[in-house]
Structures are given as C-alpha cells and as structure tokens.
Ligand binder design. Structure first.
Ligand SMILES: Nc1ncnc2c1ncn2[C@@H]1O[C@H](COP(=O)(O)OP(=O)(O)OP(=O)(O)O)[C@@H](O)[C@H]1O
Ligand SMILES: CCCC(=O)O
Length: 360
C-alpha cells in the first residue's frame, strides 16, 4: 500500500488524514480554542505545536513506513496558477518569512516539508490560497499603487464548484457559480467557465466579518484607531485577520459555542451572528452582479455550514438569485491527496514555485 499524508492547518483547526489507493484510511480534526492559539506570538511559532498533533496521529496509525509523500494546504505565496507544487527552498523561504502575510495555511508547506524530510519522501502543496485567476477589472482597488489580490479557499471552492455543477448535469468549465466558504476566515468567489474570476478576500480586509476577521471597515474610523493607539503594521494585520469579527464582539470563534449562547437566549450572540450572515449574503449579491445575474448555483461550504441556523440565515437573503446548495465542511483533504497522487502517478508534473511566472 502506498499512502500519502495530508496536512491542513486552518485558522481554528488542524486537520490530518492518510489516503491510499484513492480511499481515505483515517482522518482527524483537532479544533483550537481562542486561548490555545493566544499562547503563540503568531502562526509560524505554532509549527512545533501543530507538528506534535500530526505526529501523534501518524504514530497511532503505525503507518509511517507506508508513506510515499506528504501534501499540505498552502499558503500565502506570490500570485500563481493552480496546480500541484513541489515544496522547495524559495517556497519555504516565502512561507517562513511570511513575505506575503501571515496565514495558518503557511504551515501546510512548512509541516509537509518537516515530515517529508524526516522520511526522505517528497512534499507538495496543491492549489494554495493565492491561486490567481482574477479578471483584469477585478484587480482595481480604487487607489493607484494598491491592487486587489486573489486570496481565498481556492482548493475547496474549486472542489465544491465541480461537485455542484456535476450534480446539476453540467461541467465546471461551462458554468457560473458563487461559492461562499465559511471557516475561521470567509472567502466568497465568483467562478465562471472554470476560473475563479473574482474573490472577496477577507484576509486583506474585504467583505463580511468572520469568526475572527474584520472584513471591510469604515476606513476613516480605522485610520483614527491606528493613529490614536499608535499601532504598527503587524498590530493592524493582527486586528484585521485574527482579533476582529465575532472574536471582538463575543470573545469566541467557535460557532458551535455562539449557537449554544443563542439557544440560551443571549441576544448579542444572535445579533452578531446574524450580522455575519447578512454580510456574507451581501457579498454573494455583489458577485451575482459580476456574473451578470446568470448564476447556476450558490454553494455554501466550510465548517459553519454544519449549522442549519447559519445555512438558513444566509439562504433567506440569496435564494432568489439561484438554487442554494450546501456542502458542510470541506473537500480539501481529498483534493490535496488527489493533487499529490496525480503527480506520483505521472499524470501531471509537479510545478516549480521558483520558476513559475507570477500572475498579473
Ligand atoms: N457543527 C457545527 N456547527 C456550527 N459551526 C461549526 C460546526 N462544526 C464546525 N463549526 C465551525 O466552523 C468554523 C471552522 O470551520 P473550518 O474548519 O472550515 O475552518 P478552518 O479550517 O479552521 O479555517 P479556515 O479554513 O478559514 O482556515 C469554526 O467556527 C467552527 O466552530
Ligand atoms: C483562505 C484565505 C481567506 C482567509 O483565511 O481569510
């Protein structure tokens, strides 16, 4: 049996799996509380903590000698085309130095490399969060010198789009769908004829607030806060991407806890969770315009969509646009495995991050 270890570090979880012969052998998701993550100074300093979680998963299964490759979810890199990339020096440098910003998925390439090195097998990443297929008009920000960039849950958005269009008797390459992925971060993408032509990127402060991100903010008030609190760029990034959203309003990023609080009658919990759903729906509406109203399906996915309450809240605003299809959780683990398996089977060549051209 030739097995592949799959590593997926999310902002609020670490997911690990082993696949062999196109089948899942075992998987585990460990969710991290606000307190657990708060012990660390940032993402890179969580490397050892997450490594130990994965190691204990692998050791329990006693399958180390069966592993032929490791694949991780990657990471904030330069804007690149989709595909499977070999983890190499330049990629590791960009991930470790957080050259393109900080994100839990940066650990995907780093951890895949650590495990692969110890076993002397190859390490890959697949369709990282920076996959860039944006159309030229979508790149304009509104201020010369600053461009919008494509950051989103590309791997899952594409896997879900393929599944949804297949279920509709169509193909991804000839359809138009909107996908909202609701994890610790939220990204909303417009997919047209097989490409993610626009994406609302919460990591850089666009779109809806999330369990821990601010989404778009009133700029003048935020500028005032930066000046009066004397904030550095690092502090600003931490606020926008990690200490805002539900965490700032309710002190909680675990939506299951927020829903428990709603069930116990806490009005604030309902108000702010409903607000998040309202803003996600607004972003879906915005992208329906990008697709000129010709939308085959709206797909809602990510951990949050396990909640019927959240699914219902968003659906009520958008179901007039197109049929709403729910894909709770994500299909990332399988998509990562398949990306690495295609390369090992010789069906695809692993791309070289160092020499691949930046998408502009
Ligand atoms: N059964 C459930 N009901 C409601 N919310 C849930 C449920 N299961 C998980 N969640 C919520 O989903 C969110 C995490 O989603 P997910 O696992 O997709 O994100 P992540 O991988 O940690 O982050 P990201 O993909 O943004 O990096 C958490 O807020 C979690 O509380
Ligand atoms: C996956 C990129 C989007 C986010 O984490 O906010």
């Amino acid at each position: 049996m030739e097995a592949i270890l799959v590593i997926n570090p999310g902002s609020t979880s670490t997911k690990t799996a082993i696949f062999a012969d196109h089948k899942l052998v075992a998987e585990e998701t460990l969710r991290h509380s606000v307190e657990e993550i708060a012990q660390f100074d940032g993402v890179i300093s969580q490397t050892e903590f997450r490594y130990k979680i994965i190691l204990s998963f692998v050791e329990k299964l006693e399958m180390t000698d069966k592993l032929v490759a490791v694949v991780g979810r990657g990471g904030l890199l330069k804007p690149i085309p989709g595909g499977t990339y070999a983890v190499g020096e330049e990629m590791l440098h960009d991930l470790e130095t957080e050259k393109y910003n900080t994100h839990a998925s940066n650990l995907g390439g780093i951890l895949a490399n650590e495990f692969a090195k110890s076993l002397n097998i190859p390490a890959f990443i697949v369709d990282p969060v920076v996959v860039d297929e944006m159309k030229p008009l979508a790149r304009i920000s509104g201020l010369k010198g600053i461009d919008r960039r494509s950051v989103g849950h590309a791997l899952n958005q594409k896997a879900v789009s393929r599944k949804a269009t297949e279920e509709l008797g169509k193909t991804y390459e000839t359809s138009s769908v909107i996908v909202a992925h609701l994890g610790g971060g939220i990204s909303v993408g417009a997919h047209q004829n097989g490409k993610m032509v626009d994406v609302i990127n919460g990591l850089d402060g666009e779109g809806p607030y999330t369990p821990e991100r601010s989404g778009s903010l009133p700029l003048i008030d935020f500028a005032n806060l930066i000046i009066t609190e004397n904030l550095e760029l690092g502090d600003v990034k931490k606020i926008i991407a990690g200490n805002a959203g539900l965490k700032s309003y309710l002190g909680e990023t675990d939506l299951r806890e927020v829903i428990k609080r709603i069930d116990q009658g806490e009005e604030d919990a309902k108000y702010y969770l409903d607000g998040m759903c309202y803003q996600v729906a607004k972003s879906i509406g915005e992208l329906a315009v990008v697709l000129e109203g010709k939308v085959d399906a709206i797909c809602l996915t990510g951990g949050a969509i396990y909640s019927d309450y959240i699914l219902g809240q968003i659906s009520q605003y958008v179901e007039w646009i197109a049929p709403v299809k729910a894909y709770p959780g994500e299909m990332e683990m399988e998509a990562l495995y398949e990306g690495a398996a295609r390369v090992l089977a010789g069906e695809e060549k692993a791309l070289d991050y160092g020499s691949v051209e930046i998408v502009k």
